[in-house]
Design a protein around this ligand. Structure first.
Ligand code: FES
Length: 167
């Protein structure tokens, strides 16, 4: 399980001069760092900024960009919009669910992958479309998806919390 680093969080708070009005930016930076908002970090931020924890959680719950649950190193978005759906998007989503043993919105226990299904990725002509760590893959098939998952596993992903791999 990923643990937040109080020194890193303090750096973020310092960057924003511990200003309560910068709470959203502070949470954004923490989210980028850890791919979610860890509970102990929210407690720490509340203490340091001298604001109620409930205020932090109301901000975190209001914006979709924030996650209170750990996210995987690799984010897989499978499109189930109409154009992708008619070309087999559902089969691709099922392939990912079966292979990783997760449902949409869930993360694998080893924190490698998070699966989400979305309604359109803006590349309908390439359907079915899957985005892995920001890279678009068109005309996906179950076989291509399987290969993509095995080649992604263990790779760097888009997350920032790979302290040993930071460049
Ligand atoms: S419907 Fe899938 S990219 Fe638009």
């Amino acid at each position: 399980m990923l643990r937040s680093d109080p020194i890193k969080v303090k750096e973020i708070l310092k960057h924003y001069k511990y200003e309560q009005s910068s709470l959203i930016h502070i949470l954004q930076d923490i989210q980028v760092e850890y791919r979610y908002l860890p509970k102990e970090t929210m407690l720490f931020v509340a203490r340091e900024l001298k604001i109620p924890l409930s205020r932090i959680y109301s901000v975190a719950n209001f914006y979709n960009a924030f996650s209170l649950k750990p996210k995987g190193k690799h984010l897989i978005s499978v499109c189930l919009g109409t154009a992708c759906h008619v070309r087999g998007g559902k089969r691709i989503a099922e392939e990912v669910e079966r292979t990783l043993n997760v449902k949409s919105g869930e993360t694998t226990p080893d924190l490698e992958f998070t699966l989400e299904t979305v309604n359109c990725l803006g590349a309908c002509a390439l359907g079915p479309v899957v985005v892995v760590d920001g890279h678009y893959y068109g005309q996906m098939t179950s076989l291509k998806m399987k290969k993509l998952l095995s080649s992604s596993k263990g790779g760097r992903g888009n997350g920032k919390n790979e302290k040993d791999n930071k460049s």
